[in-house]
Write a protein that binds this ligand. Structure first.
Ligand code: SDX
Length: 374
C-alpha cells in the first residue's frame, strides 16, 4: 500500500466536515450561509452568536430570550471571584482565561454532560461569563473593584462598561460589536481544530475550550493582534514607518497581522474593518497611527504580496477604543468561544476520534544496548 501523502501543518487538508462556516474559495467567509459582510453590517453580535450556536438567525422573541439567558449567566459566583483574587496580579490575561475555562467547569453542574442540549446551555453560560471574567480580572490587576454586568446593556456595551466603568459612546459600542462578529468563527483554524481534537476523545466542553485558548494564545494565531500593537508602538511615527518596514523585511522578520494560511487574496474581515478603523482614528485623534499603518500595509503588499489579516486593523481599533494591549487576544476569546463551542457540539454529534498518522524520520531499527556499553 502506498504511503499516505504528508502535508506539513495539514496545509490544504480537509480534516472534517462542518455546517458552521466556510471560507468559500479561499476568499469569502460565511457563517451558516450568511456573508460576513452582511452580518457585520446588519446584525448585532448577539444575533450572530445565536446563529453560530443554534444554526439560524433568531426571531425577535428568540433573541430576547437568548439575551435574557446571557444576562442571567453573566454575574460570577463569589467563589469564582475569590479564586480570581488569589491569582498573581502579573498573570498574563490569556493564561488566566485558560485557567478560568477550567475553573468555571467546577462551578457548572452540567460540566460532564456531553448531550447537545447540555452542551448548548454550557456554551451560552461561557459566552456570558467570559466578558465578566475578563473585565473583572483586568480590574483586579489594576487594583480596582470589578464592575457588575448590566443586564440592560448590549453584549458589546456591557463588555466596555465592565472594562472601563464608563458608558460607551454609540461609536465605541458599534466598533466593539463589529469586531466581535468578525472574530466569532473561522472554520478549522488552529484553536478550533484543537477543540475538535479534544472533543473527539469524548472529553468535555470546558476541556476543549481550555485547549483552544492555549492554541489561540500563540503569536502565529490569536496572539498576533497584541504583537501588531507592539509593532506599531515600536515604529512610533508615520515618517519612521517606511524605513522600519523595509528594515524588517530585509531582516526577513514575520510582520504580525499579515499573511494567512487560507486567504491568499486578502482577508475579507480586514477589508470590512479598515474603514471603521479609519473613522474611529479620526474621531479619537489617532490619524498618525492610521497613516503609519497605511504605509506599512502598502509596502508589505508591494514587497511580499501578503495582504493584512483581521488582526492588522483590529489591534488599532482596540487601541483607538482606549483598551490595553494585554486584553486584545482575550477579546478574541470572548468572541471565538461561540465558534469553538459550536464546533465542539458538531464534533460530538457526529464524532470519529481524530487520530492522524505521522511520517517516521527517526533512527533505523537497532539492537538493545546495555548501560555498561553506552
Ligand atoms: C489568525 O487560520 C485562521 O483562520 C486563523 C484566523 C482565525 O480567524 O482563526 O484567521 C486568525 O490566526 C490570523 C493570522 C494571525 N497571524 C499573524 O498575523 C502572524 C503573521 N503571519 C504569519 O506567521 C503567517 O502568515 C501565518 C502563520 C498566518 C500563515 O502562514 P503559513 O500559511 O504557514 O505560511 P508560511 O509560514 O509557510 O509562509 C509562506 C511564506 C514564507 O516565506 P518563505 O519562507 O517561503 O520565503 O510567506 C512568508 C513566509 O516567510 N510569510 C511571511 C508572513 N507570513 C508568511 N513573511 C513575513 N511576514 C508574514 N506575516
Amino acid at each position: 500500500m502506498s504511503e499516505p501523502a504528508y502535508h506539513p501543518g495539514l496545509e490544504g487538508v480537509i480534516a472534517g466536515e462542518t455546517a458552521i462556516s466556510t471560507i468559500a474559495g479561499g476568499s469569502g467567509l460565511r457563517y451558516r450561509g450568511y456573508a460576513i459582510e452582511d452580518l457585520a453590517r446588519e446584525a448585532s453580535f448577539e444575533e450572530v452568536a445565536y446563529l453560530i450556536l443554534h444554526g439560524e438567525l433568531p426571531a425577535a422573541a428568540a433573541l430576547k430570550d437568548f439575551c435574557s439567558r446571557l444576562a442571567a449567566a453573566a454575574p460570577l459566583q463569589g467563589e469564582v471571584l475569590d479564586f480570581m483574587r488569589s491569582v498573581p496580579r502579573d498573570t498574563p490575561i490569556m493564561d488566566f482565561l485558560r485557567t478560568a475555562a477550567s475553573a468555571l467547569a467546577h462551578f457548572d453542574a452540567e460540566a460532564v454532560d456531553t448531550n447537545s442540549e447540555a452542551q448548548l446551555r454550557k456554551a451560552e453560560r461561557l459566552l456570558a461569563q467570559f466578558p465578566t471574567v475578563l473585565a473583572a480580572q483586568r480590574r483586579i490587576q489594576q487594583g480596582k473593584e470589578p464592575i457588575n454586568p448590566d443586564p440592560q446593556k448590549s453584549f458589546a456595551a456591557n463588555l466596555l462598561w465592565m472594562l472601563r466603568g464608563e458608558e460607551p459612546s454609540p461609536q465605541l459600542e458599534r466598533a466593539m460589536d463589529v469586531s466581535l462578529t468578525l472574530y466569532a468563527e473561522h472554520e478549522f483554524n488552529a484553536s478550533t481544530f484543537a477543540a475538535r481534537v479534544i472533543t473527539s476523545t469524548l472529553s468535555d466542553l470546558h476541556s476543549s475550550i481550555a485547549g483552544a485558548i492555549g492554541a489561540l494564545k500563540g503569536p502565529l494565531h490569536g496572539g498576533a493582534n497584541e504583537r501588531v500593537m507592539e509593532v506599531l508602538q515600536e515604529v512610533g511615527t508615520a515618517e519612521n514607518a517606511e524605513p522600519w518596514i523595509r528594515q524588517a523585511l530585509a531582516e526577513k522578520r514575520r510582520i504580525m497581522g499579515f499573511g494567512h494560511r487560507v486567504y491568499k487574496e486578502g482577508d475579507p474581515r480586514a477589508r470590512f474593518l479598515k474603514p471603521l478603523c479609519q473613522e474611529l482614528a479620526v474621531e479619537t485623534g489617532h490619524e498618525e497611527m492610521e497613516n503609519m499603518a497605511e504605509v506599512i500595509e502598502r509596502i508589505v503588499v508591494e514587497e511580499k504580496g501578503l495582504p493584512p489579516n483581521l488582526d492588522w486593523p483590529s489591534a488599532r481599533l482596540y487601541h483607538y477604543m482606549g483598551l490595553d494591549v494585554t486584553i486584545y487576544t482575550p477579546l478574541f476569546v470572548v468572541s471565538r468561544v461561540t465558534g469553538w463551542a459550536a464546533h465542539v457540539i458538531e464534533q460530538m454529534e457526529n464524532n470519529r476520534l481524530i487520530r492522524p498518522r505521522s511520517r517516521y524520520i527517526g533512527p533505523e531499527p537497532r539492537p538493545w544496548t546495555p548501560i555498561a556499553a553506552r
